[in-house]
Design a protein around this ligand. Structure first.
Ligand code: ADP
Ligand code: MG
Length: 227
């Protein structure tokens, strides 16, 4: 609808602005971080204020680096790729984090899946975000299942399923809004960025969640058109 179109346009202008701002903020931030570090070294850990400053600066840095990703999707490079190979790379990257949080990752990739046209780095970013969220939703550990299969004749479906806290209904509607987070150390940007990338691939994102049971994130990605 027209309303949605305006929304999307607003978001992309906001995204460009945010990315520009992030660039501007990065240099002074690096200088600040350096001096705070120097000060805390010379105080030999005596000032708790400096520790707070350091961790708050790290938080700003995290937000800024996630915002910078918003500037990148313009430079998409689409190539024909096996999604299982990309997911396998992502699993390797996520292994340490999973072990640290007592999470066991179980991949189930169907055999003989057709290749899709995608930007490999962007796809990795998407699933790194979803896996990170799944791990963070299971503070006591658990099993994270990851599926890849055909969805009808036209799409591949990748599913990330956790046994975590789940998402209350009233929160579900807000997920993917810029800066919406329920975590003290969250940025609230991961979902928005992932959604943007998936839309850039003409794909679709679905979340199903039940409090106390877990969350399922489904990504549908179109197969290349036959000709
Ligand atoms: P962040 O992880 O920095 O908070 P995201 O955009 O990745 O930002 O996620 C936004 C919010 O969505 C999270 O703060 C959390 O409340 C919710 N969320 C996302 N994924 C899950 C999940 N797998 N289980 C429970 N809650 C989730
Ligand atoms: Mg996240």
């Amino acid at each position: 609808s027209e309303e949605m179109l305006i929304q999307t346009e607003k978001l992309s202008i906001a995204g460009q602005l945010a990315a520009g701002l992030a660039h501007e903020i990065r240099n002074p931030l690096t200088a600040l971080k350096g001096f705070v570090k120097l000060m805390s070294l010379s105080q030999k850990g005596q000032s708790k204020y400096l520790d707070v400053m350091e961790s708050e600066l790290e938080r700003i840095e995290m937000i800024v680096s996630e915002l910078l990703v918003l500037a990148k999707p313009q430079a998409s490079v689409f190539k024909r790729r096996r999604i299982e190979a990309i997911l396998q790379d992502v699993l390797t990257l996520s292994e340490t984090q999973a072990i640290l949080h007592n999470v066991q990752i179980q991949p189930e990739f169907a055999e003989g899946l057709p290749e899709i046209d995608c930007d490999e780095n962007q796809m990795k970013q998407v699933f790194i975000n979803f896996i990170k969220n799944a791990i963070e939703a299971m503070p006591g550990g658990g099993t994270l299942r990851m599926f890849a299969s055909l969805a009808g004749q036209t799409h591949i479906r990748v599913r990330v399923q956790d046994e975590g806290t789940g998402i209350p209904k009233e929160q579900l509607a807000h997920i993917g809004e810029p800066f919406y987070t329920t975590k003290t150390k969250g940025t609230g940007l991961g979902f928005m960025i992932s959604k943007k990338i998936i839309e850039g691939h003409n794909g679709r994102l679905e979340i199903a969640s039940e409090v106390g049971v877990g969350t399922i994130v489904d990504v549908h990605l179109p197969l290349p058109e036959q000709d």
